[in-house]
Design a protein around this ligand. Structure first.
Ligand SMILES: [Zn+2]
Length: 451
């Protein structure tokens, strides 16, 4: 049976247009004004609504263990809150531990997700061993769709840290596969000198003094050099300061640099650390000053960001509350995935009337391209997967809910009037009026080959 979505304001990559969409099985089979309809088909009138590609979250952490802390967001609960809020594909992370092979690391993530997900999932991978044999292994996984990598210029204790020379060597070795390289940029030496000159403070607010804007800017400049030398697609992850945004924007003239922005540094500032339970806002990089936040907002409204992601990470209150005084013992990250669309849409659509298709690209086709899943995902086009959301921009005001697990809501000050009227996942209607149609229907698929 075919489904028709008619009269909606449909968001394409290059424009928006009032037209109809025909869905056959799992894909989009036709697009046009007044499409002829097969009799007996299902028709959804989307008049006055926004019809967008299913959102692609480029950056989310589910069920990961970092040091002694494990995120309490499972693949099942994480994909559930994702699909309820219009996200039809989530990019998660797999890091290779020092004592395991890449295959074991990937296998255990797949095991956690397989047949237990409400939306589609793929992974960015972080290999940590780089002998010739390891490169052969990496090549094998690239062939199976693991085409995007995350590397870090920090986190020595977690065995993730890479010096810039090593990072350059890795990017050069991977270059032939046309990969996407995502880099978390914070410079260890800059942070160390801030640590020493400030007497090694440990309180939550000190994190912002040590992991400062300069550290991000310095590391980003080094990574920009690598991008210029190799011309490989490099995503600067979760840019936290307006200066870094400016540097990245400038460098885009010379190399394929991509700028990822998350809601943290656009909608929150470090005054949060002074509130009661301020330690629950601990994120890395840290929240910045109000002045910096304001500049971030101005620059993303000047179109500096390419991808908007959630950088979702949820911990239980008891995990977050274990250390209120020493930032190093506090697991970094806040639940955000369920809030992603509403926070940015309120700014871009309601407050600033930004060109809709340019804004929506940052949540759809741009991340899909970098994840190597475009045009199957991230776009409303013939033959693409029918991942489509129908959004009412004038619904009743309601709070944004970043997670459904037992955590806390760092976005409790934010409301939205956007309502997810319909969410289609590969042609199947899975959400109606902000609710799952069938709680037992975990029909998400893994977008990489895993056997
Ligand atoms: Zn992250």
């Amino acid at each position: 049976m075919k489904t028709y979505i008619v009269n909606g304001n449909v968001c394409f990559e290059e424009n928006t247009e009032i037209c109809d969409i025909e869905i056959t099985d799992h894909y989009i089979s036709a697009i046009g004004v007044n499409l002829p309809r097969e009799s007996g088909s299902k028709v959804i009138d989307a008049k006055g609504k926004l019809v967008l590609p299913g959102l692609v979250d480029f950056h989310s952490h589910f069920q990961e263990t970092v040091g002694p802390h494990t995120s309490n967001e499972t693949y099942t609960t994480g994909t559930k809150v994702a699909i309820l809020n219009g996200i039809t594909t989530v990019n998660c992370f797999v890091s290779q531990n020092f004592n395991q092979s890449l295959s074991i690391a990937i296998g255990s993530a797949v095991e956690k997700a397989k047949d237990k997900i409400y939306c589609d999932v793929r992974w960015h991978i972080t290999p940590t061993r780089f002998s010739d044999i390891n490169y052969n292994d990496i090549a094998k996984w690239i062939e199976r769709g693991f085409t995007s990598f995350k590397f870090y210029t920090t986190y020595k204790q977690s065995n993730l840290y890479l010096p810039y020379e090593k990072l350059l060597e890795i990017v050069r070795r991977l270059n032939r596969y046309d990969p996407t390289i995502i880099v978390h940029c914070e410079d260890e030496a800059v942070m160390n000198s801030a640590r020493i000159s400030n007497g090694n403070p440990k309180n939550i607010k000190a994190q912002a003094i040590i992991r400062n804007e300069e550290a991000e800017l310095f590391a980003t400049e080094k990574v920009i050099d690598i991008c210029k030398m190799t011309q490989v697609n490099i995503v600067i992850a979760h840019v936290s300061s307006a200066d870094t945004l400016g540097q990245v924007e400038l460098a885009k003239r010379d190399c394929p640099l991509i700028c990822e922005v998350t809601p943290h540094y656009v909608f929150l500032n470090q005054d949060r650390y002074l509130q009661e339970n301020g330690h629950r806002y601990l994120v890395t990089p840290p929240l910045r000053s109000e002045e910096c936040r304001e500049l971030m907002q101005k620059k993303i409204l000047m179109d500096y960001a390419d991808i908007f992601s959630s950088n979702h990470r949820s911990y239980s209150k008891s995990d977050k509350d274990r250390s209120k005084i020493d930032y190093r013992q506090n697991p970094a990250g806040i639940p955000t995935i369920g809030a992603l669309f509403y926070l940015f849409s309120d700014l871009f659509i309601n407050q600033y009337d930004f060109p809709l298709h340019i804004y929506v690209r940052k949540l759809t086709s741009n991340p899909a391209r970098m994840a190597g899943i475009y045009p199957q995902k991230g776009v409303i086009a013939e033959n693409s997967d029918a991942d489509i959301i129908i959004v009412n921009p004038n619904g009743e005001s309601r709070p944004v809910v970043p997670t459904l697990v037992n955590s806390y809501n760092p976005w409790e000050d934010f409301n939205t009037r956007f309502s997810m009227d319909y969410v289609f996942l590969r042609g199947q209607l899975v959400v109606k009026d902000n609710k799952l149609i069938d709680e037992d229907n975990m029909s998400g698929e893994i977008l990489c080959e895993t056997d």
